[in-house]
Ligand binder design. Structure first.
Ligand code: GLN
Ligand code: ZN
Length: 758
């Protein structure tokens, strides 16, 4: 056996050119049969395995591939299908599986939520009773498939029982602990079957270990894994963690499992210190996640080799496995297809396939089968990217230095600002507005596509955008909305639009990652110093303002959201990158103000999702986020009203930071949260404007006025009516024109009625 082996935790499902997405969607659209779907997915799955084999990876995962989501896969393997779907036991069929994920005409889909602090969303299992049967040993089937079809020995990957239950909705009445215990016999059965097929290693993911873990959790882990060990003693379990260092190394490393997997990238050096301090019990395997599985930068392999060298000394011969820090699900497939990237940048990027090459190179060097010189090229690529002019913009540096550590603050405090703004605008009580976008119709998207392809002249395209703006300004005036927007027709996506206009961003052609189901996103790459080049939104916004006497609100995406939805560079700190974005946006804010746009909304829908997994890191994150937001908005006149928008409502934990943003008006989602949000504001005196979303834009249904009335009166029972705004709960981009106009009409009627009753 080699001294050091290479392994992968998970491989992207989507295929080099999103073949996976296309197969699924054409099946859902009834254009392909189930057989065709299964055949094409099988091909992708086997290709992925073969690719990893060819790359030289020793331990190749199976079971990481999914037809939708791996948490849902785990749920259905135990027959956990919510009662509202037709299911009578046995292996869950494909259409029922998709129904749980996507809903049907008669049954709503299971909820979807974020997978830890990533942009991947999983289907939340609903467990109404303790499971009784392992209805399908999916990983065994996949293991056998790889063996039969490719003659490749693989490593089944499963989601461990503790994390699985913690990720689920427990509706059983059992305590979490007892529910977890009820899964143990089924996991034992699954492992016994793998054992009977002579599976050597099983990767059991327990990612909850990277968040806040209690003593009770650790005791339960001990109990659960001891039972699994007894049940299937010949299968080696590798307990896998990711996204952070673990806090309880000593307890975890002594669990009755044969190996542990730790993150050596997002750990501030902790994992190595832990191994050095406490060692590794003899005979155990350490799977070291030394290549960043979540970001796309090439590693300086000479530097990583230092870690490998230290680990090789600390753990015994044959006990070390090198792998990515987490599943490669979170990065695109291969950079080799990117023909338009500048060479210096392409050389510095690694997607999944390139990351596997990096791992194999490190393992080969550690095993003395290849010469250390092969690591030099990566160091050189990293160096030349760092030294490129794109990363050394003197103006940006000077600007950042100028700000130093001072917390940016507006010249006049909020209450006084609001008074000045009210004096200027004379808004009625309960002013009405929207969140920014209006329907992006097929026509809008087609025109943009044609223009991008050069099939439509810029002048014509811009005229088209102006016509759309005209139309919607008129609609908003007819509806009697108080603060208008231009509608965002020129934007594809709220991050991409700005990224394309700022220095320091690069867009790839095939750099897709799965976000949820078949939906993929292509995060921009922040590779250089971010800088303002020229006005980005002024033309359309100022045009809209010229068409009406009512105020038009400018619309920008905030620095934290742009950062969180990108692949940021890592050679400088997160705070520096966020602040660079903030300073570039500040210029845009100033340009808008110069053009007479005195209401400016800076959207930050992603602040909350970037919250670190560990409590000890949240304060710094929130401080950094608040400062960046303020940096981008403080220089305006007191009369200029800064709005912000967030599309979630569980504010409890971050309400103080929301307040500290010091935005004059915040609009948030509440229509789906049944008043929970209001309680956050009840216990906290929030003295700035608040727009509570009074209807849910995620559904095409036009709300009844009574529903909106109810939402308004609930809010007014808690909030000062002079601070309260009325708006839908998010942008209207995905809605149809007719339903949008009708819903807004109802909203304005409700606002007027409420006004009269005040
Ligand atoms: N202004 C954006 C829009 O209306 C906000 C989108 C969002 O909140 N995600 O589309
Ligand atoms: Zn929103």
């Amino acid at each position: 056996m080699p001294k050091v082996r290479s392994s992968n935790i998970g491989y992207p499902r989507i295929g080099e050119k999103r073949e996976w997405k296309k197969s699924l969607e054409s099946y859902w659209a009834n254009t392909t049969s189930q057989e065709e779907l299964l055949a094409s997915l099988k091909e992708i799955r086997l290709t992925n395995i073969q690719k990893q084999k060819d790359a030289g990876i020793d331990l190749i995962p199976v079971g990481d591939f999914s037809l939708y989501d791996h948490v849902l896969d785990t749920a259905v393997s135990f027959g956990l299908v919510p009662d509202r779907f037709e299911y009578n036991g046995g292996k869950v069929d494909l259409d029922t599986y998709f129904a749980v994920a996507r809903g049907t005409d008669s049954a709503v889909a299971s909820e979807m939520t974020k997978w830890y602090n990533t942009n991947y969303h999983y289907i939340v299992p609903e467990i109404t009773q303790a499971p009784t049967t392992l209805v399908h040993n999916r990983v065994l089937e996949l293991y056998n498939e790889a063996k039969a079809e490719l003659d490749i020995e693989t490593k089944p990957v499963i989601l461990g029982p503790v994390s699985f239950v913690k990720l689920s909705k427990n509706q059983t009445g059992l305590s979490e602990k007892d529910l977890i215990r009820s899964f143990v016999p089924l996991y034992a059965e699954l492992l016994k079957e793998l054992e009977a097929s002579h599976v050597a290693w099983v990767q059991v993911d327990e990612p909850f270990l990277n968040g806040e873990v209690t003593e009770a959790d650790l005791d339960l882990l001990q109990e659960v894994y001891a039972q699994l060990d007894v049940a299937a003693p010949k299968v080696n379990l590798l307990l896998q963690t990711y996204f952070e260092a673990v806090d309880d190394y000593e307890a975890i490393v002594n669990l009755p499992v044969q190996g542990i997997g730790l993150d050596f990238v997002h750990d501030e050096g902790k994992s190595l210190q832990q191994v050095a301090k406490y060692g590794l019990p003899s005979g155990k395997i350490l799977a070291a996640g030394i290549i960043d599985g979540r970001n796309i930068w090439k590693a300086d392999l000479q530097e990583v080799k230092h870690i490998v060298d230290q680990l090789s000394v600390l753990v015994g011969e044959g006990q070390l496995i090198l792998q990515p820090s987490c599943s490669l699900l979170h990065v695109p497939v291969t950079v080799s297809l990117e023909e338009e990237l500048p060479e210096f940048l392409k050389a510095g990027i690694s997607f999944a396939d390139e990351k596997l090459e990096e791992l194999v190179a490190l393992a080969d060097v550690a095993n003395d089968v290849r010469d250390e010189e092969i690591l030099e090229a990566s160091a050189e690529a990293v160096r030349s990217l760092n030294e490129s002019s794109s990363r050394n913009n003197e103006d940006v540096r000077a600007l950042l230095e100028e700000i130093g550590d001072s917390v940016p603050t507006r010249a006049v405090e909020a209450t006084e600002r609001l008074r000045l703004q009210q004096e200027k605008y004379q808004f009625p009580l309960l002013p009405t507005t929207t969140i920014g976008s209006f329907p992006q119709t097929k026509e809008v998207r087609q025109k943009r596509l044609k223009w991008r392809k050069g099939e439509l002249e810029s002048a014509q395209y811009e005229q088209f955008i102006r016509d759309e703006i005209d139309k919607w300004i008129k609609i908003q005036e007819d509806l009697d909305i108080d603060v208008l927007v231009h509608g965002e027709f020129e934007r594809t996506d709220m991050v991409e639009f700005f990224g394309e206009k700022l220095a320091g961003f690069q867009f790839t052609k095939f750099g897709w990652v799965q976000s949820y189901g078949s939906r993929c996103v292509k995060p921009p790459v922040i590779y250089g110093d971010v800088a303002f080049i020229e006005p980005m939104t002024v033309k359309e916004t100022a045009y809209a303002q010229r068409q009406t006497n009512r105020p038009v609100k400018g619309m920008l995406t905030g620095p934290v959201t742009i950062f969180n939805w990108s692949f940021p560079r890592t050679d400088i700190s997160e705070g520096q990158v966020v602040n660079q974005i903030a300073l570039a946006l500040r210029k845009e804010v100033e340009e808008l103000e110069k053009e007479g746009i005195n209401l400016i909304q800076v959207d930050e829908p992603a602040i909350r999702e970037g919250l670190p997994l560990k409590k000890e890191k949240t304060e710094a994150y929130l401080k950094q986020s608040v400062e960046a937001f303020r940096l981008s908005t403080i220089t305006v006149q007191p009369e200029t009203q800064i709005h912000t928008h967030m599309c979630y409502s569980d504010f409890e934990a971050i309400i103080e930071s929301i307040d500290a943003l010091d935005a004059d008006v915040i609009s948030i989602e509440t229509s789906r949260s049944h008043g929970e949000l209001i309680s956050a504001f009840e216990d906290f005196t929030y003295n700035k404007g608040i727009g509570l979303g009074v209807y849910d834009i995620h559904s095409p249904r036009v709300p009844a006025q009574e529903e909106i009335d109810r939402n308004i009166s609930r809010a007014l029972s808690v909030l000062d009516p002079t601070l309260f705004w009325i708006n839908p709960d998010c942008g209207l981009k995905t809605r149809k024109e007719k339903e949008t106009v009708e819903a807004l009409r109802v909203m304005v009627a409700a606002a007027k009625q409420a006004r009269e009753q005040l």
